[in-house]
Design a protein around this ligand. Sequence first.
Ligand SMILES: [Zn+2]
Length: 477
Amino acid sequence: MAPPNASAGACDAALFHRTAVKAAAVTKSACSSNPSRGLAAAAAVGAGAPAVPAAPQLLFTASAAPGHFMPGHVEQPARVGVILQKLKNAGITGGAFAGQLHEVPAGPLASMEAVRQVHSYADQLARTAAAAPEGHPTAVADIGDPDGVTYVTSTSFEDALRAAGSACALVDAVVAASRRAEAGGTSGSAGAAAAGAGEGKQAGAGSPTTVLGGLSNAADDRQAGQGAGTIRGQHGACGSTAAVSLCRPPGHHATADTPLGYCLFNNVALAARHAQRVHGLEKVMILDFDLHHGNGTADIFADDPSVLFIDTHEASSIYPPPFAGGSVDDIGEGAGRGATINIPMPRFAGERCMLHVFDSVIGPAAERFRPNLILVSAGFDAHYRDPFQGLQLRSSTYYKLAQRLQALAARLCGGRLAFLLEGGYHTEAVGESVCEVFLALLGRPSVEGQAALQLPRPEPVAEVEALVEQLRRVHSL
Ligand SMILES: [Zn+2]
């Protein structure tokens, strides 16, 4: 494993801290409403007063799972700790963003019933974790990955249930907020957050949430309004409520039949199934922008036309057989053919390439699919400072991706959007990237912005242009 680019990281970090404090002091949102009015606006709507445009709302939850730990392993609890410290240092706190940013407790635990519907090994994993000696991780998947085995400790099973349950609870919360927006003209309230957290107590339990269920595409179409077109630069996210889960262990490598790649349960797959089963959201789009191919998610939804799975990854960052997948021609199976879009990026592709792919392939595919919910497998190991050194995204690239996804969600599915943490192993870079995602979802300016930055290597622009043309042909975009 190559060491991170320490000098570039220090430079970025200094820039980040300087400008983050400044950005947090900004009081006028991109939606031209004072965020401190979020609660007042919601209350006013409830009292029958004229609707006031609300600032975007953001819920987040975090669980570092300190007991799920192997000394020297790249996927470690400190990842979450550094993210939370970065948010605090940058002034991205509930206090600074009162009425707009809400932390909700992690959990509840996903039910075994819900996990069994996605994974065949849930009970076996429970037994293995229960038998793991205190403080001694037990490997549950070792395919010779030089970067570390997939393991359990005595707390791992509960930690994995909590990560999955948290993802489901955040789905509950954004659905509750969108329903409230449909009913009252705004979703911008801490009340919506509280309602969502309350719904989360049932996460994964499989009990229908009748108050929130029954969302239809017809309702979404009415809310989306204007149909297809450019998504760049829109402010359609005013009043929307998004969510971010900062929980570990991650999930996107876990297949239907085995844990893999540091992942015990596939959080994003469980959240998608939860949305469909509990809330009646028929069509879910999952975007996975982790450096590595989300083989587990691809496996679970390969033949399912109700889940559009789009995966950007560095072309060689795929698992060997039998887990192989991730090529352009890998488009799903059976009834699900065409609902898997793999975008294998050439090594060292950066922001220019990623945004071209988003605007040319991901956005149009989403517009065509018209999801009821957008979930994001948010890995940050495609950052140019990540030790894997496969791609060259910047921290602010994640801002731009989040902004585009938020605009898509506002247009297509009532703002229902949730990000779930996957990989990312340069902890400083991950922390700064998560801050950028938060700022985008809060409607605030990017901290890193357009600051000049010389990437370590030139981007393979011509290769990505050819890739985009190939993808357009394969998927008729
Ligand atoms: Zn990864």
